[in-house]
Design a protein around this ligand. Structure first.
Ligand SMILES: Cc1cc2nc3c(=O)[nH]c(=O)nc-3n(C[C@H](O)[C@H](O)[C@H](O)COP(=O)(O)OP(=O)(O)OC[C@H]3O[C@@H](n4cnc5c(N)ncnc54)[C@H](O)[C@@H]3O)c2cc1C
Length: 388
């Protein structure tokens, strides 16, 4: 067991931390206020090779494992949660293509990801959020093609201008649904029939673009099937094992940023003739916050290490996502408390962090859904299955 980052990981962290502090943090307040997607930051991250971080070298990427993704997502999230969100989604889409894509799909789309084109993962629908087995989007076979029709909702990295290629899950056999009746497709944004509906106006991560995806008689060749026909549920859930670790890392970064803000105020604000950091009541808050942040990081790195080693990680990625996202909300809430009224004012970093944290227990599976996954796994283990 080794709790130290490797020399290469430390170098990566140093590089990304400096980038996040100098290029990402200065934009955070403005892009939160205006809701502008930071395309220029994505361009700079592309130059640094970050958008292909988890893409194998043979397709133009860095070929780095999930543990490195944690470093990058958390460092970005400390500076700007919206930028971290865009990057985390890119890592999720890259991971899915790498794991389930055909050689032809990998050769076409992974180099495009490395060049800064944005990937999109479209599973949720207006009537299918926590329960993706109830999706309604259809993909009907027609000769050598499939014709997709339906609506996806809350889709990240998608707007009128953003989003270049899309992993989308549709029903190919309504009788079987998640048991072999759903299929994933990898389609180009420019395919006729693809359009964007409502662009969401969000409470937090305001600069991350999140929109409706509309597919209307969208005809794609059979070669767009990602994985096998009928494997769509497996593709989506397999992707989320990695995606959830990404959101856990985003949560760790946001929680750390909130703790830092709280400490900044606690050591400078004087009431009753002394710093509020010298009040034991405040110290207890700070100790709980710091302990939870540390625990969240440990759980996130453990899940990422299992994924990097190709081991079963579903239980641990759900635990990390559940714990870290709840931690980010706990720490952000306490940080506002420690800030007092000044933390409630628009334009302060802690007010933005508080709003940004709120989504973490919702997307890529709510906290309730993570608990369902964890409970299902530990019960199966108790019954003698799935133990490593
Ligand atoms: C900013 C943002 C970005 C997103 N990006 C994407 C994206 O890129 N791609 C994508 O596909 N989706 C995306 N989503 C959708 C997201 O994954 C869903 O919002 C999430 O899965 C929850 O679904 P829902 O909103 O429909 O809530 P619902 O499923 O309606 O849940 C409502 C409440 O009921 C609870 N609940 C539901 N079922 C149970 C149960 N069995 N037991 C106990 N409680 C239950 C939930 O936990 C929740 O508290 C995004 C969402 C947001 C807000």
């Amino acid at each position: 067991m080794d709790f130290e980052l490797t020399k290469e990981q430390k170098l990566l962290r140093k590089m990304v931390r400096s980038f996040a502090e100098n290029e990402v943090a200065p934009l955070a307040e403005e892009i939160d206020r205006t809701g502008r997607f930071p395309a220029e930051t994505i361009a700079k991250m592309t130059e640094l090779g970050l958008m292909g971080l988890n893409v194998p070298k043979e397709y133009g990427g860095q070929g780095l494992p999930d543990t490195c993704k944690i470093i990058v997502v958390s460092e970005l999230a400390k500076a700007c949660a919206s930028t971290a969100e865009a990057f985390a989604v890119q890592m999720l889409v890259n991971f899915i293509i790498k794991k389930f894509g055909s050689e032809e799909q990998k050769r076409e789309f992974l180099p495009r990801a490395c060049k800064g084109e944005l990937g999109v993962f479209a599973l949720s629908e207006p009537s299918a959020g926590s329960d993706p087995s109830s999706i309604r989007m259809t993909a009907e076979e027609d000769g050598d093609s499939y014709v997709l029709n339906g609506q996806k909702t809350f889709i990240s990295n998608l707007s009128e201008t953003e989003g270049d290629f899309i992993v989308v899950v549709a029903v190919t056999d309504p009788e079987k649904r998640q048991h072999g009746g759903m299929t994933a497709f990898l389609i180009d944004r420019k395919t006729p029939g693809v359009s964007v509906g409502t662009i969401e106006d969000k409470m937090g991560i305001r600069a991350a673009c999140v929109s409706e995806l509309l597919l209307n008689d969208c005809r794609v060749p059979r070669s767009c099937v990602l994985g096998s026909v009928g494997e769509g549920f497996k593709v989506a859930m397999g992707g989320l094992d990695s995606g959830r670790v990404g959101i856990a890392a985003q949560s760790c970064g946001i929680a750390e940023a909130a703790l830092k803000e709280a400490l900044k105020n606690a050591v400078t604000r004087v009431q009753f003739g002394k710093r509020i950091a010298d009040q034991q009541g405040i110290q207890f808050y700070l100790a709980d916050m710091a302990t939870r942040v540390e625990t969240a990081y440990l759980m996130t790195y453990k899940a990422a290490a299992l994924l990097s080693e190709g081991k079963r990680a579903g239980k641990y990625s759900s635990m990390a996502k559940y714990y870290a996202s709840e931690t980010a909300n706990y720490v952000a809430q306490k940080a506002v408390q420690i800030y007092g009224g000044y933390g409630y004012v628009r334009g302060t970093a802690i007010e933005r962090i508080f709003r940004d944290a709120r989504v973490l227990t919702l997307y890529e599976g709510t906290s309730e859904i993570q608990k369902i996954v964890i409970a299902r796994e530990i019960i199966r283990e108790a019954e003698g299955g799935f133990v490593e």
